[in-house]
Ligand binder design. Structure first.
Ligand SMILES: [Zn+2]
Length: 305
């Protein structure tokens, strides 16, 4: 019986990174609302997802990430403005443009450098909820204000309307069977975009589809240490996911173990293209923790006015 071993591997991986297939990331506003209502109808009154998913304002006080990327919250979050010279925030109706001020400033700083690399600017997907925490739809992580999704679509020259931002689809850069990037879509500028983020010392990990990692392993020349931070994961063919390390000296924020040393282009990447892996699609946990099961500090933060 192979199956139990296979599922154990999936559970270990899920526990390690807290991500699953982000099939919801590119859902339009109507799809998102339907999923949200369905989840609210099923959740117990004290589910952490309910409290954090319904919070519409940040918790006051100094910026404080609390807990793990996959089980935590954030006080004093800041909102990325909907528009900047080199970014536009997508899916505004979700109200997920909130994060630790370090992340919000970081995104703006890196975005400003991108036109020089041939990328006109960022289309920013989900960052986090006003108080972080688990979400009613999508994402196991994005809970402490240090995770952000960036679309693999370059920012258009014009400002998108709110309706366009809520409904247009991102660009899938992976080919139909998942074996590699789609050469009709994948550009050198995608590589430069990922490199700009992966070289930043604040970045802990970046998650991409295995086919994107494969393309980077092939295309990147001699100076490769930044590839170590780019990790393959299910999905992530329409967007990539940036995770910042916990702020230095912050004792309430729990860092992840660093990725294994090396560029990650060997056998561990090959594993992602095996038949076995294709059946390991992780599933979204249905209900998630109760408020009382969240890290100390998060329950009070969820209920604060
Ligand atoms: Zn993400």
């Amino acid at each position: 019986m192979r199956a139990p071993i296979v599922y154990l591997v999936a559970a270990v991986l899920l526990g390690a990174t807290g991500l699953w297939v982000p099939a919801l990331a590119q859902d339009n506003a109507a799809q998102e609302m339907a999923r949200r209502q369905a989840m609210l109808a099923r959740l117990p009154a004290d589910a952490a997802k309910r409290w954090f998913g319904l919070a519409t304002t940040p918790a006051p006080g100094p910026a404080r990430p609390i807990g793990d990327y996959t089980k935590g919250c954030v006080a004093g979050a800041a909102q990325l403005p909907a528009d900047g010279p080199t970014w536009q925030v997508m899916r505004p109706s979700r109200n997920r443009g909130w994060g630790h001020p370090l992340l919000i400033g970081f995104l703006q700083r890196v975005a400003a450098t991108l036109p020089a690399a041939g990328w006109p600017g960022l289309l920013v997907g989900d960052i986090g909820q006003p108080r972080g925490g688990p979400m009613l739809t999508g994402h196991a992580s994005h809970q402490v204000g240090l995770d952000a999704d960036i679309w693999l679509t370059p920012m258009p020259e014009r400002r998108l309307t709110a309706a366009e931002r809520d409904n247009m689809s991102a660009t899938d850069v992976v080919n139909a069977n998942g074996s590699d990037v789609d050469p009709r879509v994948w550009r050198p500028e995608h590589r430069k975009l990922l490199e700009a983020f992966a070289r930043a010392p604040e970045v802990e990990r970046i998650f991409v589809n295995p086919a994107i990692k494969r393309a980077l392993c092939r295309e990147v020349g001699g100076d490769r240490p930044w590839l170590e931070r780019i990790r393959p994961w299910w999905g992530h063919n329409y967007h990539f996911h940036i995770r910042l390390a916990c702020p230095r000296n912050d004792t309430e924020c729990h860092d992840q173990k660093p990725p294994p040393p090396g560029d990650g282009c060997g056998a561990d990447l090959d594993w992602w293209f095996t038949q076995e892996t294709k059946y390991l699609t992780p599933r979204e946990p249905a209900i998630g923790p109760r408020l009382s099961e969240m890290p100390a500090g998060c329950a009070a933060l969820a209920r604060a006015p």
